[in-house]
Design a protein around this ligand. Structure first.
Ligand SMILES: [Zn+2]
Length: 49
């Protein structure tokens, strides 16, 4: 089960732990895909690779 994380004070959500910007502290977390918000481009690249 994946989760979405967003670092405090930033707008983009991440969902790949291998993302270089994956927040490991001071983050907000949710289980479902957040609606109508920006998503991390690096996480998208990881999904496509
Ligand atoms: Zn990311």
């Amino acid at each position: 089960m994946s989760e979405y994380r967003r670092k405090g004070g930033t707008a983009e959500w991440h969902w790949r732990e291998s993302c270089p910007n994956w927040p490991d502290r001071d983050f907000e977390r949710r289980r479902d895909k957040p609606p109508g918000v920006p998503f991390c481009k690096r996480c998208e690249e990881i999904d496509r690779s």
